[in-house]
Design a protein around this ligand. Structure first.
Ligand code: ATP
Ligand code: MG
Length: 430
């Protein structure tokens, strides 16, 4: 029979990788807690309508990337391609916004039918924050700082914050007209996708990954020129806020983001380590979305970062600086002790001892092979533990365990297996 394979673009996460994931998630979780963001978990499956209304029909995500199907009850369902629409749906459904502004974060898998490549999968994972009810320019700054500080505390270097303002809906309407007028005079220079967007969703053209179109757009009118005085002031306040916090940024007038619901501040954090899939984190303000999904008009701001891309950047950072924060984070953990054991009575005692030490908070690797001592010691050495706890027939007869240092420091000692506190003491002594 042929070997079964996972679907294309769907990736298994194995224990070694997951250790890194959990380390990253722990840092993120702690930072969100300190910043007053509470976790929210929403279903992976939603009505297709949520994303059509929330993300916009003219976007790549809705137009060609969604995993949609009809369920047994004839409902059109979609595996969520992103988190924001679901979070807003949940906040509205549970009346959270009537209790005031909501600072929420989420983490989990998202699904997009894209061409898989490094940093691009069909099931991928995001960590994101949504601050619903946040109106001020300062909230944009705080949310961007949250992403920036999270990445910094993970030890990721070589990052660049790109910033733009998409202005208000009116500003964008004016700009859309200017852009379409300009592009219509240069139709023959546009790629096919972009030509189709000229009528459906012209701002998306700015997001084109086609090199010739990108070059053409260098000359095109920019959104910045179309901003109203109020939008301009607001953007100025965001920029001043970032400068006051010492967060460097680069203005990118062509940054529009892939989803339709953004307004005013839009940003991306990119890494020079990622090649074509350079964006680690993207976000911005989405003042129109909540009303679009049936709530009262409520301003909001948020971002999402891609876990797979973040891990790629972290691994590169760990290689570049073997003693840095990233290296500590991606390094695999080493048990406090490795239990070498052989013989009926010794094996029972070893399991009892391992349980007691784990209950005391130590990380204990118990060799379960019953193989020769030499083999077990080899594995003990390989795992990097500082101590081997040795239980053979002789030790079992005396109800003792031998504590043997593996890294050349410390004295070998024996303790009664019941003396858990004393054993913990030895293992914990640096
Ligand atoms: P891109 O332009 O790379 O397709 P996007 O604008 O579609 O990105 P967002 O919807 O803003 O991406 O999602 C936020 C982040 O999620 C991205 O910056 C990226 O890190 C990650 N991401 C998006 N799509 C994928 C994917 N298919 N595989 C892995 N990560 C992804
Ligand atoms: Mg995309």
């Amino acid at each position: 029979m042929s070997q079964l394979q996972s679907l294309r673009g769907m990736v298994d996460l194995l224990p070694q990788a997951l250790e890194r994931w959990q380390a990253v998630e722990a840092v993120a979780r702690e930072q969100f807690r300190r910043s007053g963001f509470g976790e929210i978990r929403t279903p992976l499956l939603e009505t297709t309508d949520l994303f059509c209304r929330g993300i916009g029909e003219g976007t790549d995500v809705v137009g060609k990337e969604m995993y949609s199907f009809t369920d047994r009850g004839e409902r059109s369902c979609t595996l969520r391609p992103e988190g924001t629409a679901s979070v807003v749906r949940a906040a509205l459904q549970h009346g959270l916004l009537s209790q005031g502004a909501q600072k929420l974060w989420y983490a989990g898998p998202m699904f997009r039918y894209e061409r898989p490549q490094a940093g691009r999968q069909r099931q991928f994972h995001q960590i994101g924050v949504e601050w619903l009810g946040a109106e001020s320019a300062r909230s944009d700054v705080e949310v961007i700082a949250l992403a920036w500080d999270l990445l910094a505390s993970l030890g990721v270097g070589g990052l660049e914050l790109e910033l733009n303002s998409l202005g208000s809906a009116d500003d964008r309407q004016a700009y859309r007209k200017a852009l379409v007028d300009w592009l219509e005079q240069r139709l023959e220079q546009l790629d096919e996708d972009s030509r189709a967007r000229l009528t459906s969703n012209p701002l998306r053209i700015l997001d084109s990954k086609n090199k010739d179109t990108q070059a053409l757009l260098e000359q095109a009118p920019t959104l910045a020129d179309a901003l109203s005085p109020e939008s301009r002031l607001r953007f100025e306040a965001v920029r001043q806020g970032l400068t006051a916090l010492g967060i460097p940024y680069r203005l990118n007038p062509r940054l529009v983001r892939g989803l339709d619901y953004y307004s005013h501040t839009a940003f991306e954090i990119t890494s020079d380590q990622l090649g074509a899939q350079a964006t680690v984190c993207g976000g911005g303000r989405y003042d129109g979305l909540i009303a679009q999904l049936g709530g009262a008009a409520t301003p909001a701001v948020g971002w999402a970062l891609g876990m797979e891309r973040l891990l790629l950047v972290l691994e590169a950072a760990a290689m570049a600086a073997p003693n840095g924060a990233a290296a500590r984070l991606v390094g695999s953990s080493v048990p406090d002790a490795y239990v070498v054991n052989r013989g009926d009575q010794a094996e029972t005692m070893a399991l009892t001892l391992a349980r007691a030490l784990r209950a005391a908070g130590l990380t204990v690797e118990l060799d379960g092979s019953g193989s020769a001592f030499a083999k077990q010691f080899k594995r003990a050495d390989r795992c990097g533990a500082r101590w081997a706890l040795v239980l053979g027939d002789d030790e079992a007869d005396r109800a003792e365990v031998r504590l043997k240092p593996l890294l050349g420091q410390g004295e070998e000692v024996s303790w009664a297996v019941a003396e858990i506190a004393a054993i913990v003491d030895v293992l914990r002594t640096p």
